[in-house]
Design a protein around this ligand. Sequence first.
Ligand SMILES: C[S@@+](CC[C@H](N)C(=O)[O-])C[C@H]1O[C@@H](n2cnc3c(N)ncnc32)[C@H](O)[C@@H]1O
Length: 394
Amino acid sequence: MTPAARVQTAIELLDEIVAAARDGGPAADTLIQRGFAARRYAGSGDRRAIRELIYAAIRRAGERPESGRAAMVGLAAEDPALAALFDGSARGPQPIAAGEASAPAGIAPRWIADRLTRSLDADGLAALLDRAPVDLRVNRARTTRERMLAEFSEAEPSPLSPDGLRLQPGAAAGIDRHPRTVDGSVEVQDEGSQIVAGAARAGAGMLVVDLCAGAGGKSLAIAAATPDARIVACDTDRARLQRLPPRAERAGVTGIETRLLDPGRETERLDDLAGQADVVVVDAPCSGTGTWRRNPEARWRLTPARLEALVTLQRRLIRIAAGLVRPGGALVYITCSLLPEEGPDAVADFLAEHPGWRAEDPINGLGEPAGAGRRLQPATHGTDGFFVARLLRP
Ligand SMILES: C[S@@+](CC[C@H](N)C(=O)[O-])C[C@H]1O[C@@H](n2cnc3c(N)ncnc32)[C@H](O)[C@@H]1O
């Protein structure tokens, strides 16, 4: 493909990404993969260049642009070499017209950037859109970090997690097909996610409920660290939860059972666990502001109404979780968001409504204080953004 044709293809795929963000469609990565499958003529160099153009345009545009072309025209305004490729050649983009729509540069939609500035300074805000490294969690049930460092010659030990390895983005191509990923020796998992999973502090023989387990990122980390715990992994999303048992098998961990919940009627399937759990983990559905560096178009999907619905659901899930904790047990509340209303404010509300419960440091001084919990952020800790609190039942 010519460089100009790559730009035109990036514009076409961006059009689909913008529409999907507006209409609740598939993630950018899915659309890009489908787009490449439909364009078999694009070689690996073309694909890499197109993907880079797309993500550069997405990262740059804080507000959802009106079209893929507006996003790319905005990028071209800061890059004369790119602007020169709008040359009207056979498969290239038409020349940029005077006064043509151009997406403005920004970090996030205004309404949400305003809320984030309650808790992040300018560097913290900008780092939400950094290019993220790829972190691996070494599966203690299978191997050791030292052995995996020998297998992944380009990896470094990640600085905060004892089980983490870090690969720079360029060195992580094909990581899903790497033999040590396939045999369950390592899992792709952000270092921040590894650390907050550690807040469960599960011990031998404990009953742990992972209320929002999804495909099991946290459950698998807990099981690898504590082979003798019983982990009940719950979720309302059947497709996600179904991905957990094969992952557990691949990782060689036992003790995880899955439980599908009915949205709005979660407690009906949790009756037998009421007041029984040593630890309940609530890795709540959230805005994902802490993971924008991996899914930058997610910020185009958020609306005030969607955020409000999430905040309401988070508060409901904490209350459900509290009903499962045994006296003296712990509730671990996690979000991958840096918005106060999804983290410290949610915990403050819970503590105000539940006298006798108290918070303790969930991650042994790592991260920084955030209300009754702690948080990790890309700018300061090099991880995705997370909030985590550990609340003890009287
Ligand atoms: C942040 S994700 C969990 C990620 C997962 N714990 C991991 O580490 O990979 C939040 C999960 O909450 C689930 N969820 C949404 N509403 C729920 C509800 N009412 N009860 C339980 N889970 C719910 C979503 O399906 C989603 O999988």
